[in-house]
Ligand binder design. Sequence first.
Ligand code: UDP
Ligand code: GLC
Ligand code: MN
Length: 326
Amino acid sequence: MAAEQAFVTLATNDSYARGAMVLGKSLRNHKTSKKLVVLIGPHVSDQSRAVLHKIYDDVRLVDVLDSGDTAHLAMMKRPDLGVTFTKLHCWTLTHYSKCVFMDADTLVVSNIDELFDREELSAAPDPGWPDCFNSGVFVFIPSNETYGRLLQFCTEHGSFDGGDQGVLNGFFSDWATADITKHLPFIYNMSSIAIYTYLPAFKHLSVHRYGANAKVVHFLGATKPWSYTYDPRQRRVRGDVAAAAHPGFLLEWWTLYSGEVVPMLMREYGDQPFCSGCEEDAGESEPVQTLMSSAERKQRWEQGQADYMGIDSFDNIQKKLDVFLK
Ligand code: UDP
Ligand code: GLC
Ligand code: MN
C-alpha cells in the first residue's frame, strides 16, 4: 500500500531545472514533511542532475512527450509548451498515495502541506479564464489507470491550448461546477499576471499582510525569473522587473537562487564555465546559445524553432532593435 505523499515538479532542460532547484529549496525551507520528486528529461545536464539529487528525494528520468500541436500553441504565443505534455507522467508515480504537482516556475513562500487534505483534482482558477483551472499547481492521485485514460483522451481529443492545461481541463471537465472544495484559493497559485489586472486586491490581500496570505507565487508567462540577471552585491534584479511579476517575489526567487542554489551549481561545475545569471560571473562565460552561427539561427527561425526563452527572447530582440535604430 503506497502511503507516502510527495510534491512533484518537472524540468526538461537546464533552465527549468534551475526553477526546480529553487522550488525544492523553498519547500524545504518552509519545512515540508512530504517527499520531493522531480521528473527530468534526457537534456538536463549531469551537473543539474547532481544538484537536483541533493535537493529532491527522487529524481526520475522520463520520456519527453510533445503535443506537436503547433497551431494551438501558436494561438497562445507559446510554441515551447508542447513538452508540457510530459507533465502527465506524474500520474505514473504510483509509489505515492497522493501528490501535489507544481510547475518549476513556482516559488513557495509559506508551508502548504495542508494541500494534501484535498482531493483529486484540486486546483486554483486560471487568471485568464477562471472557469478553467491553472495546471501550475494541482492535487492528484497517481494511478496507471488514470494515466492511460489521460493518454487516450489526448489521442482522441487533443488539447485546446496545445499544452497540458487544455488536456487536464478537458479530462476533469466538471471542475468548474461540480465541487467547490476542489477549487483551491488563489493564494496557492498566485500568478503575476493577475497582480496587474486586479492590483487593489493584490495590494489588499498580499502586501499588507504579506506572509500570512501569499503561499505560492507562479511566474506564469514567457519571461521567467531566470530570464533576468541579478546583481548579488546590490541585491538587485535587472531588466523590466515591473512588467513581469511583483518585484518583491522576483527578488525573493533570486535571493534563494543566488544564495543557496548557485553555490551548489558552482561546486558541480568546478572549473568549467557556466552562466548562473548573476552579474559577477557574466563575462567569464558566454551563454552557449551565442555560439550558434547566424545561418543556423536563421534556419531555426524559419523552421519555427526560435529560442524564445534564450537568445530570441523579447528582451534580446528589443536590444537588437535599439542598437539597429540608433
Ligand atoms: N516545462 C519544462 N520544459 C519546457 C517547458 C515547460 O520542463 O521547455 C515544464 C516546467 O515544469 C514548467 C511547466 O512545464 O513550469 C509549464 O510550463 P511554463 O511554466 O513555462 O508555462 P506557464 O506557466 O508560463 O504557462
Ligand atoms: C498554463 C499553465 C502551465 C501549463 C501551460 C500549458 O498557462 O500555467 O502550467 O503547462 O498552460 O497548458
Ligand atoms: Mn508555469
